[in-house]
Design a protein around this ligand. Sequence first.
Ligand code: ADP
Length: 161
Amino acid sequence: MKLAVYPGSFDPPTLGHLDVIERASRLFDEIIVAVGRNVSKVALLETEERMDAIRESTRHLGNVRIDSFAGLLIDYAKQMKADAVVRGLRATSDFDYEFQMAMVNRRLDTDIESVFLMTRWDYSYLSSSIVREVATLGGDFANLVPTPVVPIVRKALDRRR
Ligand code: ADP
């Protein structure tokens, strides 16, 4: 049984995230998508909304669990008895940060492997922050996120108004 944790902010989950989840679910026996409970002033969705959004978007996958965590990722991964942490890599901008995190995480626990999945061409410039920006400014974001995420983001936008 190989278990991987895929951590992130997922504010909101995008088609890029879903692509990573789908591909990781073929590589591992089980994936836990873990929403980080970090307090951020710019957050659009509540943690529970992010979890619901991911749950609704991954119903077609039989081996994906949704959870949230606070504190050190590596402690959480250890607690879940994960074999690996999965992260996505987009254009060069992600590399330095992800490299540093992977190095630190390996120092903290040598048994948990960091696995990186390269983005798909179509999603290489897609980020949650772009979706938040387009959505907040009234643009059409429906083709950037999985279908079940659209009403959840709309509700959050209404709440802000
Ligand atoms: P974090 O704040 O932890 O970076 P994000 O939700 O922004 O959380 O991203 C979670 C993970 O998903 C990161 O590894 C990020 O690089 C990856 N990711 C985000 N968008 C994409 C995308 N379009 N294609 C591939 N990976 C992505």
